[in-house]
Ligand binder design. Sequence first.
Ligand SMILES: Nc1nc2c(ncn2[C@@H]2O[C@H](COP(=O)(O)OP(=O)(O)OP(=O)(O)O)[C@@H](O)[C@H]2O)c(=O)[nH]1
Ligand SMILES: [Mg+2]
Ligand SMILES: [Zn+2]
Length: 325
Amino acid sequence: MSMQTLSQLGWRPSYAQHLTLADFEAGYPARVTAVHRSGLSVLSSRGAGSVVLPHHLVDAPSTVAVGDWVLIEHEADRVIRLLERQSLIERVAAGGERRRQSIAANIDTLFIVTSCNDDFNLSRLERYLALACAAGVEPVVVFTKADLSNQASNYVTEAVGTLGEVTVLALNATDATAVAELAPWLEAGRTVAFVGSSGVGKSTLTNGLLGDTSRQTQAIREDDVRGRHTTTAREMFPTASGAWVIDTLGMRELRIGAVESGLGTVFDDIEALAAQCRFRDCHHEGDADCAVQRALADGALDHRRLANYRKLQREAAEAQRTLRE
Ligand SMILES: Nc1nc2c(ncn2[C@@H]2O[C@H](COP(=O)(O)OP(=O)(O)OP(=O)(O)O)[C@@H](O)[C@H]2O)c(=O)[nH]1
Ligand SMILES: [Mg+2]
Ligand SMILES: [Zn+2]
């Protein structure tokens, strides 16, 4: 792959604030484009490379993710350390261990993809939104398969009505016009990721965005051919417009981490109501003079949304406790 400047790779001046002169003497910054079991594929101003991870980073509680910036030793293909992230999308793995799984790092926009069919689920959208808001990443809700449904505009209306100020799009992911719809978020040097259930069109959209850059994505994959890495599906690709796109595998279950701050943003309507309850510790369950109960009664707030807010709050609190342990 041709050499890229750091800013083309998504570098921001803020990353340099955490690097000392000694750091620059020891190594150089590179962006992680793929995570493999035995190492990482990276891009830097030197071009593409493969590097190994020191053990303490393999076992870190928050694993290295596609999109991360790392410092690499000048004369050895080895990571010195992970650079401070601007954002991290992570989930809590299913199962007893409750391990955190990094999904994508240092992204600017999270495309939350759902299709205009049975996949439509407001509570799941709220869940993804909380994840994006907690990470400080702009969420964009994308309804795919608008060409297969006569309900598309209803879905959009319902999502806009419930989710507040989030951008919501409906499109046909298989059509070339989809690329133009996403263009505002794909300026050169920006990084975006697609998340959502299996089969909703994440890879279809990704492939559309890659356009004519397949030669470059092949270059990233050559490392695998040489057998140096076992490939996982987590990779970052350059789009035709010079942005970076991270496709993810469809998730059956998205357990959120400690995203309290994100819940405050996504459910600001409920939090504003709660502030008007007579008692500061109101449980909104038959307490006197409760603004939340009043909103439920007059239809301004629906039961599903309140129940989901509570469920996500419990999940986030549990994740917070696990973090502390
Ligand atoms: N007609 C139509 N078909 C679509 C649209 N989006 C996706 N598809 C089709 O749906 C199927 C699944 O699309 P993918 O892009 O593979 O879905 P995905 O989200 O990447 O799924 P996973 O990788 O399993 O998570 C493919 O056959 C696509 O062609 C759309 O907007 N319209
Ligand atoms: Mg896919
Ligand atoms: Zn109340």
